[in-house]
Design a protein around this ligand. Sequence first.
Ligand code: PEP
Length: 237
Amino acid sequence: MLIAGNWKMFKGPEETSEFCRALRDADLGDADVVVCPPYASLAAAVTALADTEIGVAAQNVHWAAEGPFTGEVSAAMLRELGVYGAIVGHSERRQYFGETDETVARRVRAALDAGLFVIACVGESEEEREAGQTELILRLQVEAIADAAADRGDNLAVAYEPIWAIGTGRTATPQLAQEAHLLIKSILDVPVLYGGSVKPENAAELCGQSAVDGALVGGASLDLDSFAEICRRSSQS
Ligand code: PEP
């Protein structure tokens, strides 16, 4: 089970150091664990988690190695910092910052080329689900990622994050997650994480589905006890 904590725009460097020092000593069961702090806190996380098995990933990455792209950060820069991977195409990036399947694909390709592990996010909105378009949307999103990944799938995971379940407290049923994951795996054979209001109470059931290979956790990853509990329960199932 891969459990990744997406901290979004929470925890500056000081809080990050403190959290990561505590995470080192926490019981995380058998899960493979990754934390994804904001850019400003990546160095603090890398330092605090040095010599541990816990990975540090960014929440985005640009496709160019360098250039006039104000506000962006390249894969080479992340690698230089000791960062292990990056989330790409999170629905908040797609929703608020104009990310498209095309820009997501470019970011995925560049990150994989630079040797980063990529967690590429896909998921349908509530309107798309109600209109019966879930399969179509997932196909388009996953095919764009598959084309970009080409032969580099070894360093890639997909996170299925139905938008209506992110930060809302509404979770996909385990059956619904399983169906979506099977569809994704039929297009791209990589580990698929579930994301959307994962908590200690639902982690075991969701992660117990055969096509669920872990979780991308937002809100509940900000609290050490709940994050550690999710890690432990995910690997118990
Ligand atoms: C996320 O941001 O990727 C996420 C899944 O958030 P939450 O767990 O808070 O729904």
